[in-house]
Design a protein around this ligand. Structure first.
Ligand SMILES: *[C@@H]1O[C@H](CO)[C@@H](O)[C@H](O)[C@H]1NC(C)=O
Length: 229
C-alpha cells in the first residue's frame, strides 16, 4: 500500500494493489505527466485520493481488469481515461472497471474512453461510472475512437477496439462546452450496451448537447442532454 506520497505513480503488471490517501500534484501545465497510470494489472484499487496534473489524473491502459476507483478528486488535468487503447494490432483488453464517487474540477475531460483509429483486437467492456460531480469540464463524458495524434499512422483507418457495456449513472454538473456527452465510436465496431441513467449536465445554465456516432444503448431516468443513443 502506498499512502500520502507526492509521486506520480505507475502500476504495471501487478495484482491486488491498493493505493489510498494519495495526493498527486504536478503543475497543470506539465505535459504528459499522468497522475496514476495502470496497465497489465488485475485488482487495482484507488481510494480517497486527490490528483492534479498536466495529463490524465488516472489513465488505464491495456490488460487492466477488475479495477476499482472510489472517492477521487481530479483537477486540474485530463480526467480519468481508459486508454489510449488499440495502438497495437495485438493487444489485451480492459474489463470490469468501476469508477465511483469522483469530482472533476476544471478538467479537460471527465470520464473518457479513448482508442486509436487503427486496426486492433483490443476491447473495453463492463465499466460502471457512478456518482460523478462535474464542474466546468470541457468533455464531461466522452468516448473517442478516432484518436490519432498528428494524423500519423492511422489516416483513413477505423478503430478495431470493441467497446461494450458501459454504464454512466448519476453524473451531474456543468460542462465548459456545448457538447457534454460525446460518443464517437468505431464505424466498423460500433459501441454497444451504453447506458445513461440520471445524467444532468448543463452548459451556461442551459441543457448541454449530446452527439453520437456508431453508438447504441439505452437511457433511463432523467437524462440531460437528451440522449442520442
Ligand atoms: C470485478 O472487479 C471487482 C473489483 O473491482 C471484483 O470484486 C469482482 O469480482 C470483479 N468481477 C468479475 C466478474 O471479475
Amino acid at each position: 500500500m502506498i499512502s500520502g506520497q507526492l509521486f506520480l505513480i505507475v502500476i504495471n503488471g501487478c495484482q491486488n494493489v491498493k493505493v489510498q490517501g494519495v495526493k498527486v500534484s504536478a503543475a497543470g501545465n506539465s505535459p504528459n505527466t499522468d497522475g496514476i497510470h495502470v496497465q497489465s494489472s488485475t485488482g487495482v484499487t484507488i481510494l480517497n485520493s486527490r490528483i492534479g496534473t498536466g495529463d490524465d489524473c488516472v489513465s488505464i491502459g491495456p490488460g487492466t481488469s477488475s479495477m476499482w476507483i472510489e472517492n477521487v478528486a481530479c483537477g486540474p488535468g485530463h480526467g480519468i481515461s481508459i486508454g489510449s487503447l488499440g495502438k497495437e494490432s495485438q493487444e489485451a483488453g480492459v474489463q470490469n472497471v468501476t469508477v465511483k464517487t469522483t469530482t472533476f474540477t476544471g478538467t479537460e475531460n471527465g470520464l473518457r474512453i479513448k482508442s486509436w483509429g487503427r486496426p486492433s483486437n483490443g476491447f473495453a467492456r463492463d465499466f460502471l461510472f457512478q456518482h460523478a460531480v462535474i464542474s466546468n469540464v470541457q468533455n464531461p463524458i466522452v468516448i473517442d475512437q478516432n484518436y490519432c495524434p498528428g494524423e500519423k499512422n492511422c489516416p483513413g483507418q477505423v478503430s478495431g477496439v470493441k467497446i461494450s457495456d458501459v454504464t454512466y449513472q448519476d453524473i451531474h454538473g456543468s460542462s465548459a462546452t456545448e457538447v457534454a456527452v460525446k460518443f464517437d465510436c468505431s464505424k466498423k465496431y460500433p459501441c454497444t450496451g451504453i447506458k445513461l441513467a440520471h445524467v444532468k449536465l448543463t452548459y451556461k445554465n442551459q441543457p448541454a448537447e449530446a452527439s453520437c456516432s456508431n453508438a447504441g444503448g439505452v437511457a433511463s431516468g432523467l437524462v440531460q442532454p437528451t440522449s442520442c443513443l
